[in-house]
Ligand binder design. Structure first.
Ligand code: MG
Length: 343
């Protein structure tokens, strides 16, 4: 097999602001594994939060190439993944792209979609939330109204001194929507208790990562005392982190680009269940190529936040569809079931 890649730039439809950063354009790396006349694809979504850039991804792919070149069978993913990790340790975004591409290629060789290869029921795929980034209240209200009818669940980004005003704006513009909140580590434990009481009054369903990732003591206190379920994202990067947070949360947000791909995500889902934790599948700002890899696992999740491609000005791939937010997996398309969009 051979491994090639290209760095591309994706543009957000609206500047994507969360408590610590704003993204307007992001660099992504499209990875291709070729063998026997077929191609498997994957996307690397490097994250600042974990010290990654397109440059670190390219260096990792360069190191991984020899592993792919000396093997001809994409189905030997367990061994390939172990060797890829040895060549480029800690490079989750690059690993996720290569493992996704191997899964895509293996599925195409067998002529079956990944959900079928993994024995999952597409009818069990959850409804995804759609994210409302931080913005001026007027813009937030406009974004919420634009999502009406298409996305019945909204994930609202908070973590500024205007949290209350923004949440009231969202609730007014979407009286019937299911609302989730993500503070991306912005609050102190005291602020989190205060905010969560108010959010519970507004009928919010759950809160994600209210306080800094490593404050497990604060998180345990919140889990005991806050009125809403607590989902951890930044606190849980990969499999080893899952048991550490079993008593500090009600659930975890698993992202392929954060953990190293769909197979590590699957291990995390099982570990979460063993630890009594709920599972959310999330994503970064990304094309449908990255979203597809997570979407095929989504029948195992309680919650999905797979709106990364819906937040783009232009999605360069056609992948899983969303019907009023519900993830629709193609019954036939082999592998990831993704193709380049026309034009
Ligand atoms: Mg999050």
């Amino acid at each position: 097999m051979d491994l090639t890649w290209e760095v591309v730039e994706l543009e957000a439809e609206h500047p994507f602001r969360i408590s610590r950063s704003t993204e307007t354009r992001v660099e992504r790396v499209w990875v291709r594994v070729e063998g026997d006349g077929l191609e498997g694809w994957g996307e690397a979504d490097p994250s600042d939060r974990y010290g990654e850039t397109a440059g670190t991804v390219e260096r990792a792919l360069d190191a991984m190439r020899s592993v792919i070149r000396r093997e001809s069978d994409p189905g030997l993913i367990e061994r390939l993944e172990r060797e890829l990790r040895i060549q480029a340790p800690g490079e989750a975004a690059a690993l996720s792209a290569v493992v996704s591409a191997l899964c895509d290629l293996a599925g195409k060789r067998m002529g079956v979609p990944l959900w079928r290869l993994w024995g999952l029921d597409p009818a069990a795929a959850p409804v995804s939330s759609f994210t409302i980034g931080i913005d001026e209240p007027g813009v937030v209200a406009e974004k919420v109204r634009a999502a009406r009818g298409r996305w019945p669940i909204l994930k609202v980004k908070l973590g500024t001194d205007r949290d209350r005003e923004l949440m009231e704006t969202v609730r007014r513009a979407a009286p019937d929507a299911v609302l989730r909140v993500d503070a991306n580590e912005a609050w102190s434990p005291g602020e989190a208790l205060d905010r969560m009481a108010f959010l519970a009054e507004l009928g919010v369903e759950l809160v994600e990562q209210p306080i800094p990732a490593d404050d497990l003591e604060g998180l345990r206190h919140l889990r005991e005392n806050a009125p809403l379920p607590l989902i951890l994202d930044e606190s849980v990067v990969d499999l080893a982190d899952v048991p550490q947070v079993a008593d500090a949360a009600h659930g975890i947000n698993i992202k392929l680009g954060k953990c190293g791909g769909p197979r590590e995500a699957l291990r995390m889902i099982h570990a979460a269940r063993a630890s009594g934790l709920r599972v959310m599948l999330g994503c970064f700002l990304s094309s449908s190529l990255a979203i597809a890899a997570a979407a095929h696992l989504s029948p195992l999740a309680d919650y999905a936040d797979l709106d990364g491609a819906a937040l783009l000005a232009d999605d360069p791939f056609r992948g899983p569809r969303f019907e009023r937010g519900r993830i629709v997996l193609d019954p036939e398309a082999p592998g990831l079931g993704v193709s380049r969009a026309a034009g």
